[in-house]
Design a protein around this ligand. Structure first.
Ligand SMILES: Nc1ncnc2c1ncn2[C@@H]1O[C@H](COP(=O)(O)OP(=O)(O)OP(=O)(O)O)[C@@H](O)[C@H]1O
Ligand SMILES: [Mg+2]
Length: 464
């Protein structure tokens, strides 16, 4: 600073001093007057130089503060900034610098907020997302990716279909379009994955060249397969009795047109086939009705005990035909279940029907209806309906699939006794709609037990 001051002083005073010395030497100015004038010039110049140097210091201070201020609202580093420069142009300059620095700090803060928002969006995206560098190094993963693939990401990236697709995406000339591939993984669990590859040109500041979004399509694919299977199964189930009916009709119109005994033999079989188709269609319709209303828990109070007693009475002839005894236990008074009476009839009917059809001839079927005991069932109040037979039971490996549509343990036997394989699927959907639980227990040779837990009070937080 003193050097600057000295320089300024010299620059301002040099010319007038030289003129004064010239004038004194030429005799145009008395030496005393010259000295006074010289002193006045030096004093004036010194004052100006000091003001100028101080203003300059303030400008430098303002610049330093601008460089150091991280946020818009940060305080100036010294009191200097609050003091205005003396020279008007300098004052304008310092205030411009201060304003500029504030704007820059605000822009910085906005940028930081935007980056943070981006981070949060990427982190909370429901689909797994990875950012890869040009050399395929993983630069970033979001939460979904970490929880879905964890330490498995490298193995995933080595998956041949995905590896090739990444290679193609990275080699594609700009502007590269997003591409998608679908592939299946078998380990650690089977999964269908849809990968979307988004090449980045220019790359991200951190070197990211490719965004990879991996959507799990396992459920959708399974549903699609199920739907296709369902249509195939339903058509197959209908075609069998229909083909038999068509056959009989042709026989009766042709070779057996005058054959009264044949007609008498065929007609009951035809009626039975027609009845079978009728049952199948009725079951399919009720299944789709339950499914359509499944999101809406029913609310009418239904007294289960009278309902079960009525159905037991209706099944009396079929029970007697197989010499089966049926025993209903549990208290007479039970709280009503918020439910759909028609659907609960179907549920009980299907369970009793199975017990009579598949239970042991001359056996015993125990039906229990009681408040749900604590332990295995949800803590909310509920009732437990159980139907247990002492028939041949069901082998363990079939249990998880019993509630699938058209699933039968013994295709031939079930079909022969008129089963469509939809009964337990209907039971499961009715239980779901009532927000209940179904547990099937069985061991081969030791009978089968079906337990249905139904809540007697609506769930506090209803959506499921
Ligand atoms: N109590 C039971 N004991 C042994 N096996 C059973 C019992 N209940 C059901 N199953 C087996 O589960 C399969 C599926 O039962 P489900 O009620 O869904 O169909 P279904 O009885 O064959 O036909 P539907 O009930 O539509 O007339 C049956 O085919 C049968 O093999
Ligand atoms: Mg059944």
């Amino acid at each position: 600073m003193p050097r600057l001051l000295l320089g300024a002083l010299l620059a301002i005073t040099l010319a007038p001093l030289l003129v004064l010395v010239g004038l004194v030497l030429a005799g145009a100015l008395a030496p005393q007057a010259g000295l006074v004038a010289g002193a006045a010039v030096i004093a004036g110049a010194a004052g100006l130089a000091m003001i100028w140097a101080e203003d300059l210091r303030l400008v430098r201070q303002a610049l330093r503060d601008a460089g150091a201020t991280p946020a818009a609202d940060a305080a100036p580093s010294s009191g200097a900034r609050s003091r205005a420069a003396t020279l008007p142009q300098m004052a304008v300059l310092t205030s411009d610098i201060t304003r500029l620095s504030r704007q820059l700090a605000e822009r910085d803060a906005t940028l930081a907020r935007l980056l943070k928002t981006d981070d949060i969006i990427i982190e909370t995206l429901p689909d797994p997302l990875l950012v890869l560098a040009a050399d395929r190094a993983v630069l970033r993963t979001n939460r979904a990716a970490r929880s879905a693939f964890g330490g498995d990401i490298q193995a995933l990236l080595r998956q041949p279909d995905l590896r090739d697709a990444i290679g193609r995406a990275l080699a594609a000339p700009a502007p590269a379009q997003p591409t998608q591939i679908e592939f299946a993984r078998t380990v650690p669990v089977p999964r269908d994955i849809l990968a979307t590859l988004l090449p980045l040109e220019p790359p991200l500041p951190d070197g990211g060249r490719l965004i990879l979004v991996l959507s799990d399509r396992t459920r959708e694919r399974a549903l699609e397969r199920m739907r296709a299977d369902f249509v195939a199964n339903a058509s197959h189930e209908l075609r069998t009795p229909l083909a038999s009916l068509i056959g009989f009709i042709e026989t009766l119109r042709g070779p057996a047109s005058d054959d009264a005994p044949a007609r008498a033999r065929f007609l009951p079989i035809m009626a039975e086939q027609a009845e079978r188709m009728n049952r199948l269609i009725a079951d399919l319709l009720s299944l789709s009705r339950v499914e359509l209303s499944e999101h809406q828990p029913p609310a009418d109070p239904v007294a289960l005990r009278p309902l079960v007693q009525r159905l037991l009475a209706e099944m009396e002839p079929r029970r007697v035909a197989r010499s089966i005894r049926m025993e209903l236990t549990g208290p007479d008074a039970l709280p009503p279940v918020p439910g759909d009476a028609d659907q609960l009839v179907q549920l009980v009917q299907n369970l009793l029907d199975n017990a009579i059809k598949y239970g042991a001839e001359g056996g015993l079927v125990r039906i229990g209806l009681e408040p749900a005991p604590p332990g295995r069932w949800p803590a909310r109040p509920g009732v437990l309906l159980s139907v247990a037979d002492d028939g041949p039971g069901i082998a363990r490996q079939h249990l998880p699939r019993l509630t699938e549509r058209f699933y039968r343990v013994d295709q031939g036997r079930s079909r022969a006794i008129g089963g469509t394989g939809l009964g337990l699927a209907i039971v499961k959907h009715v239980v779901n709609r009532h927000r209940g639980q179904l547990v099937i227990d069985s061991e081969e040779g030791k009978g089968a037990s079906f337990q249905v837990w139904l809540p007697t009070a609506p769930e506090a937080d209803a959506p499921r």
